[in-house]
Design a protein around this ligand. Structure first.
Ligand code: ATP
Length: 141
């Protein structure tokens, strides 16, 4: 069976950790970041890395992003870049687009755009840690 091909856009703390774990799980991962130093640092850990500003439609086309099975948008603080990237990905026909949201409102906009899944890492980790504190024997909530 063909391995799933992932792209992770935005290789900050969350994006880089997610991308490395996908590689560890045996998948092919293309990492994309607009910062050349960040992309360079990750190049040894991922299948491919590219420098691109993903708010640029032509750059996304050139990468061949629509051939990916799943694209994760892990752009952090720049909500505008996150939203623009997400809408371009859906318009280009990417099958599965998963986006990190910083706030409930950001998440709501992403849902309206039609992304396939919105994730809230800080919120979800808070819930997870609280559950582990209350039930220390619960290994993986
Ligand atoms: P995290 O929230 O995961 O800890 P961070 O705070 O370390 O992330 P951010 O500035 O929030 O870093 O963004 C994550 C990454 O997204 C950065 O490495 C940044 O260069 C990249 N990024 C931001 N905008 C774009 C864009 N338009 N195109 C590609 N990459 C981008």
């Amino acid at each position: 069976m063909k391995n799933t091909q992932y792209a992770v856009i935005g290789l900050g703390r969350f994006g880089s950790s997610l991308a490395k774990e996908l590689v560890a799980l045996g998948h092919e991962v293309l990492g994309v970041d607009k910062n050349a130093n960040v992309a360079d640092e990750m190049s040894a850990c991922l299948t491919h890395t590219l420098v691109a500003d993903t708010t640029d439609e032509e750059a996304l086309r050139a990468i061949g992003i629509r051939n990916m099975d799943c694209v994760v948008v892990a752009i952090g603080d720049d909500i505008q870049a996150s939203i623009l990237t997400s809408i371009l990905l859906k318009d280009l026909g990417v099958n599965r687009v998963v986006v990190k949201a910083l706030s409930a409102l950001h998440g709501k906009v992403l849902q309206r755009i039609g992304v396939d899944r919105v994730i809230y890492p800080e919120r979800d980790m808070g819930v997870r840690v609280a559950n582990q504190l209350v039930s220390p024997n619960l290994l993986d909530f």
